[in-house]
Design a protein around this ligand. Sequence first.
Ligand code: DP6
Length: 337
Amino acid sequence: MRAKTLAMAMVSSATAIAHANIALVKYWGKRNQPGNYPAVPSLSLTLDRLQTETQVAFDDQLSNDELLLGGVPADGKQLERVTRLLDAVRAKHGLHLRARVISRNNFPTASGLASSASGFAALALAATAAAAGDYSVPDVSALARAASASAARSVLGGWAQLDVGAEAAEPVEAAALDVALLIAVTDKGQKAVSSTAGMNLSSSTSPVYPTWLQQGPSLFLVAKQALRDGNFAALGQAMEQSTWLMHSTMLTTVPALIYLAPASLQIIKSVQTWRGSGIPAYFTTDAGPHVKVLTHPEHAADLKQRLLAIEGVLDVIVCAPGPAAAVTEQHNQAGCP
Ligand code: DP6
């Protein structure tokens, strides 16, 4: 009887890898419409060193979706978000099978290192491959955006943009520009307020939010032009301006969203000093205390040592532009899903 059950079990699975991305021009705030559309355009760089690997297995033996994050079973809001994405795939295929999702990051989760970006990009791609569907890159990116807007950009490699109202992220035209992005890890703890909750609070309480909405599109255009021209300094300046405007919005949220730590500010001041002495380096930070430093690859080793010498810096990860999300394993059983 048991052998018969096993023989009849239907499993269709796929594994995908996606890399985190760091926004140079930031997304913070959603349009007032369903579907998780950003209120400002954003521009990012996908990174080679931070990745999520996710396996999705649709299995007729399951009665609920199951989620294993870094080897630990997850439920509540995390599982609900995953189920919502899976539901979108199931609805498209008239599929009723539940799925087992096994996901692993090679970096700290939910600490401002863009784990939701790589996580939902990998999940969207693995789920569509497991469902054996015919999805284009924009289709997968749109599915990822609906779950977490920054994830839309991680479906693409290198420079990516997500415009206001866009369904999916798109590649950004860029001149040859050699860049490295150093991540100064200052704290491995999880952030107190998630990006989703934080940006919703900012939009409803920060008096700076209207300015943020107004400035976002012009910073986006400046950064895009800088990339087209291969103008590193102009790109770095736009990135820092976007970072400060986003943090001004965060700090004037009620209650204030203080994602920066003392060590973050120390790094930022050091980057300014180093730049003053001729080193091409620009900083950005997100909804967490880590600071990311954009530079040219030939300065990466020197900057890494300088960053490690700052009190509170626990580690420095040197990243190069990373690849698009990719399916690494796929097994679609006949008749399943
Ligand atoms: C500060 O993409 O995590 O990293 O769409 O609600 O999931 P949701 O938000 P999320 O926000 C990322 C915010 C940011 C800036 C950015 O990546 O653009």
